[in-house]
Structures are given as structure tokens and as C-alpha cells.
Design a protein around this ligand. Structure first.
Ligand code: ADP
Ligand code: AMP
Length: 211
């Protein structure tokens, strides 16, 4: 959990390598569908472009199908899901049906005033999906991915205008979920305003009993 730009994807890449589990990002799933021009992609694009949430029914169905896949049998990391109370309740039901449950909910906490610069400076590799930042996580060689040499791009919703809408959506529809998980004793807070490696150290401490 965490607002847009908190560093969820950056840390998720490390967690999934460390724990050997798949990284399931609903945002990545929607962007892939948009790239491929599928029916889901055409529907989702309207919402992503506007910085709004894709309807719960569509999003929940995607997660339902994804969690059934074999690679999730030994655990998985959700990134960007759930984002509404109906999604959280649906996730509880899905996990119960699968005879599974949530081990941990990590919240990467970052104050809103820091997020605009993080999001507008974000760059992503078209080939391997690695995330960079023009100031905070710069490239060794300009314009190409350090890991795979791929081309970098800027997400079309990482503009100042859309970021403002996304942050409002987070405050109005997602932030209250933290209480849902805090009450159940599942939530651990991580200070996302530190350097990337320091955030990772804090997360590793939270994972100690799990992986
Ligand atoms: P989210 O998945 O939560 O939207 P990302 O992981 O994509 O966020 O991070 C948003 C941007 O901020 C990226 O450009 C990333 O390189 C950068 N970033 C991530 N964590 C930090 C951090 N701890 N300090 C500074 N910049 C960060
Ligand atoms: P993200 O990559 O997590 O920043 O998500 C990018 C966009 O995808 C969001 O602004 C939404 O439009 C959509 N999206 C991602 N996850 C969800 C979700 N759980 N529920 C609804 N919409 C989502």
C-alpha cells in the first residue's frame, strides 16, 4: 500500500526477488492490456488517462483469474490492489476460497508534497520494466536502461495535471483501507521518505519472519 509514487513498484521488485514470489501489479496489467489493444485495454485506458480507478468489478475479476495461476501457489505480492473497500472485501473472499490469507500489509508512507516530483521524474524501461528517476535514481548512460539497454519512456499519467487527480483519488478512495488492515493487526508502516536502500532495509526487517 501507499500513495502513487511512494515507491511501491521499486520496492516490490526487490521483495519478489528476495522472497521468490510473483509481483502482481494491477497497474502493470492494465498498461500491458492497453499496449496490446485488447478489449480490457480499451476500457481501462479511459480511466488511466483520467487518473481515475478502473471499476471494481473489472479489477476484481482480473485478480481472481491471476491468483488462480500456478505461480501464485507459494505466495504472491500485490502492488496497487486493493484500492477500494469493495476490492479489499473481495480479496478476503478470494483468498478464503483459495484456502489462503494475507500474511502482511506493508504501507510505504510518503507525504503528498514529495509525490509530485517523484512521479513527474519517473522513467520506465520499455523492455524490462525497470523504474528510474531523473534525479533520485538516474541512469548511468543517458536514454537507455542500465539493466537491459532498453528504451525508456514516461508514463502518460505521470503529468502534473493527472498526478493531482490520482492523489485525490488516493485520499478519497484508498487511504481509509489502511485502517481496515490496521484493525486486523496486519499493517506495518515503512518510512518511504528515506533513500531507496534504507526503505528496503526497513522492509527486509518486516519480512524476516515470512521469507
Ligand atoms: P509507485 O509504484 O508507488 O507508484 P515507484 O516505485 O514507481 O512508485 O516510484 C516512483 C518514482 O520515485 C520512481 O521514479 C522511483 O525511481 C522513485 N523512487 C522510489 N523510491 C524512492 C525513494 N525512496 N526516494 C526517492 N525516489 C524514489
Ligand atoms: P499504478 O500503476 O498502480 O499507479 O496504477 C495506474 C492506474 O491503473 C491507476 O491510476 C488506475 O487508473 C489503474 N489501477 C491500478 N490498480 C487499480 C485498482 N486496484 N483499482 C482500480 N484501478 C486501478
Amino acid at each position: 500500500m501507499g500513495p502513487p509514487g511512494a515507491g511501491k513498484g521499486t520496492q516490490a521488485a526487490r521483495i519478489t526477488r528476495f522472497c521468490g514470489i510473483p509481483h502482481i501489479s494491477t497497474g502493470d496489467i492494465f498498461r500491458a492490456a492497453i499496449r496490446e489493444g485488447t478489449e480490457l485495454g480499451r476500457e481501462a485506458k479511459k480511466y488511466l488517462d483520467a487518473g481515475q480507478l478502473v471499476p471494481d468489478q473489472i479489477t476484481i475479476e482480473i485478480i481472481r483469474e491471476r491468483l488462480k495461476q500456478q505461480d501464485c501457489a507459494r505466495g504472491f505480492l500485490l502492488d496497487g490492489f486493493p484500492r477500494t473497500l469493495p476490492q479489499a472485501e473481495a480479496l478476503d473472499r478470494l483468498l478464503a476460497d483459495l484456502g489462503s490469507n494475507l500474511d502482511l500489509v506493508l504501507n510505504v508512507a510518503v507525504r503528498p508534497e514529495i509525490l509530485l516530483e517523484r512521479l513527474t521524474g519517473r522513467r520506465i524501461c520499455r523492455s524490462c520494466g525497470a523504474t528510474y528517476h531523473v534525479v533520485f535514481q538516474p541512469l548511468q548512460l543517458s536514454g537507455i536502461c542500465d539493466r537491459c539497454g532498453g528504451e525508456l519512456y514516461q508514463r502518460s499519467d505521470d503529468t502534473a495535471e493527472t498526478v493531482e487527480d490520482r492523489l485525490k483519488v488516493y485520499t478519497n478512495q484508498t487511504a481509509s483501507l489502511l485502517e481496515h488492515y490496521r484493525r486486523r493487526g496486519l499493517l506495518k508502516e515503512v518510512n518511504g521518505e528515506q533513500e531507496i536502500d534504507a526503505v528496503w532495509m526497513e522492509i527486509q526487517r518486516c519480512l524476516r519472519s515470512l521469507c
